[in-house]
Structure formats: C-alpha cells, structure tokens
Design a protein around this ligand. Structure first.
Ligand code: CMP
Ligand code: MG
Length: 389
C-alpha cells in the first residue's frame, strides 16, 4: 500500500510505466492534454477501481495522466503480476483486451485532436502474441473440424488380466483432417479442453460412445462390455452437464452402468462442487474411474468422499515397477488403498508380459496398453473381440 498526498501527479501521459494501481482510498483524476495544451478530464476514479493498467498490458506509453484529488491510499500492481495472470488466460480474452486498449487509445487521441495514424507508437513486439494467434487459429480449425464431422472415436482395448479377454475400452478422440491425416489428441486436446468447445464436443463424444456401445452389443457376444469416457473438469462443472447427460441417456436408451466416466484428480481444481456432481452421476448409474492416479496433487481426503469405482494406475508407475523396488512399494500401497476403498484396479500403459505379470501379481485386475492394442476404429475393435476365444 502506498500513501500519496492530495494534488500529486502520479504519472504523466507519454511516459513509460510498469505499475498499475488499485485505489483503496481517495479519488484519482485521469486527464489528457489536447493539442492546444488544455486539460481534458476523462474520468474520476474511486475505491476499488484500477488505473495505469493500459501501459502495463500493451507495453506502450501512458495513455493519460493521473493525479490525486484527495490524500490517497493505492495498491500498486507490478507488470510481472499482471503479465503472469494474462498469459494464463484464454487467448480470446488476450486478443479482446488488446483490441479494447487500442480503441481506448484511439478515442483518447481523437478527443485530444491528435491524428491517431501519425502519433501511434508501434508496440514492442511480444513473442507470446504469436503463440496466442497460433492458439486461436487452432481453436478455429477445431471448431470447423467439429462442424465437418472430422472427429472420430477410437477405442483402446481394456483387458481382464486373469482371462486376457477384452472387457471394455477407453474411448479416445482422433481428428481425421482431410489434408493432414489422422491427428492424435496430444496435439489438440489441451486446447479443446480449455476452450468452450469442449462442451458441444464433449456431448458429441458421449453420443458417439452410446452409439458405438450398441454396435458392440449387437455384433459381439459381449454382455457387460464397458466404455470409458474421458470427461474434463470444465465439462463436468458446466451448468448443462447433469441434465444433458440425463437427456442423452433417455434419447439413446442406454444403461449407464456400462459406461465409466474417467476423471483426473485435476477436476478438483474446479472446487468441491465437483464431488456433488460426481455423486449425482453415480446415482444415475455411471461408474467413476480416477485416471492418472498418483501423478497429480494427492487428494487422499477427497478420495474417501468421492464415489470412485476404478483406480487407473498411470504408465509412469507401470514402466518402473519391474526394475525399481521403491516404485513397486508405491504401486503396492496404491493398490492396497484402492481395494480397501472398494475399487477395481486398472493398470495403464502395459507394454510387455513382465509388466503384466507384475501388475497382476500386485493386484491389478484390468489392464490397458500397447501390448493389448493401441487405439483402433470400432470395426477393428469388434473384430478383435470376436477373434479372442
Ligand atoms: P495507462 O495508459 O497505463 O495510464 C493512463 C491510465 O488512464 C490508463 O492506463 C487507464 O487506466 C486510464 N485511462 C486511459 N484512458 C481512459 C479513458 N478514456 N477513460 C478512463 N480511463 C482511462
Ligand atoms: Mg483416460
């Protein structure tokens, strides 16, 4: 907090600045000088308002001057703090911010009788901005991809380690781009999950899985095949989620017990409301799987409150379980804990027989991984199910 006496000039139009201020007490006048040198007051700000943010955000000179009208108490905010927050925000917000700042500058200039075209100061190029543009471009392509039906659901088989039979699959999204070919989710899932697009695409994934399930039931003798569907935190806490899910269950006439909602511990960043939504999904009959268990921030206290049916042990553990005694102990404890809480254990990323043997002997009931198959199209999955005796 800084204290500034009444009638003090805080900064002058045209200077460079790296601090914005939030007003705790007192009033601050924002003004510019016109081409004749006359003062034009733009606004008077008070408690809870911010000023000086423009130069900090767009890296240009102060668009106006600021002066205290009372003895003021101000909270300074440094450029780094603002940059840090902004760089984590949605790319569209960053772009909106830039365009709005530019418009305010132009308005101020025309008010002051300055020709914007002549006086504009070129912004220092910000390399981060390029990344923002790339992200917006990709978001747009993804939206088009959804409209053009270019997304596909592929399945990675999930196997019973006791019988080696396929008992289910994890549904994974693929992007079949007409010019680039099949694109794996690693290249776009983060963007998808962090944009509002995940809501319609998320529902499309559910519907596609419901349709696929019916085909599997029809074309194989599997009676209790289950499909695991990845759900992101953003989808989960969306106000339409529970109702839409109920509607889709009715529309497709499916039994939710054949579907597992796969969530990571990260959904807890959306707050504790998540646990309540989780319970309601469980009451509808969906099973819940905790994905990548042990890799996120540990949340043992929530584990007891969440209705989790399956624990998926991440490949990062599985790959070291044979050669590293400590990893083996950790996996052993996780499985012990999971089973005590009534969960089934699924080992992820199984690539060789030794890993399978080890994970099975430690208590994992189910497994998934390249050894059993990569993600494949529905027709291929059906063929594979029908091949196994
Ligand atoms: P900055 O450009 O860093 O320094 C001057 C500040 O005045 C600016 O950030 C905004 O906080 C504020 N400001 C600039 N133009 C206007 C306007 N037209 N109306 C209200 N406040 C303004
Ligand atoms: Mg998963």
């Amino acid at each position: 907090m800084i204290v500034i006496k009444k009638n003090t000039l805080i900064f002058k139009q045209g200077e460079f600045g790296d601090t914005a201020y939030v007003i705790d007490q007192g009033r601050v006048e924002i003004f510019i000088h016109d081409s004749a040198g006359e003062e034009i007051v733009l606004t008077v700000l008070g408690h809870g308002e911010i000023f000086g943010e423009m130069a900090v955000i767009d890296n240009q000179i102060r668009s106006a001057s600021a002066r205290t009208l009372d003895d003021c108490q101000l909270i300074p905010i440094q450029k780094d703090q603002i940059f840090d927050i902004l760089s984590k925000s949605d790319s569209l917000i960053q772009l909106l911010m830039r365009v709005m700042l530019k418009r305010t500058r132009n308005l101020n200039d025309s008010l002051a009788g300055i020709s914007t075209a002549k006086e504009v100061v070129e912004p220092k190029t910000n390399p981060k901005m390029e990344q923002v543009f790339d992200k917006i471009k990709l978001e747009n392509q993804l939206l088009e991809a959804h409209h053009n039906n270019e997304f596909e659901i592929h399945h990675q088989p999930m196997v019973d380690l006791q019988t080696s039979k396929i008992v289910g699959s994890e549904a994974l999204i693929r992007w079949n781009n007409p010019s680039l070919g099949m694109i794996s989710p690693g290249h776009f899932i983060d963007i998808l999950e962090n944009s509002s697009m995940i809501i319609p695409v998320g529902y499309w994934i559910f519907e596609e899985c419901f349709r696929h399930y019916k085909v599997i039931a029809e074309k194989t003798s599997m009676k209790d095949f289950s499909i695991s569907i990845n759900v992101s935190g953003r989808q989960f806490v969306h106000y339409t989620f529970l109702n839409t899910l109920k509607e889709l269950v009715i529309k497709h006439q499916i039994n939710p017990k054949f579907f597992k909602l796969e969530l990571t511990e990260r959904i807890l960043v959306e707050g504790l409301a998540v646990i309540d939504i989780l319970r309601q999904c469980h009451e509808m009959g969906f099973l819940i799987s905790l994905d990548d268990f042990g890799t996120g921030f540990s949340s043992m206290q929530y584990l007891s409150q969440m209705p989790v049916d399956n624990l998926k042990i991440d490949r990062s553990f599985v790959m070291n379980v044979i050669n590293d005694k400590k990893t083996e102990s950790i996996v052993h404890s996780i499985i012990f804990l999971g089973k005590k809480l009534g969960m089934s254990i699924i080992a992820e990323g199984l690539e060789c027989e030794a890993e399978i043997k080890k994970m099975h002997s430690l208590g994992a009931e189910f497994g998934q991984g390249y050894y059993f198959g990569r993600s494949m199209k529905l027709a291929e999955l059906i063929e594979k199910i029908n091949q196994t005796p």
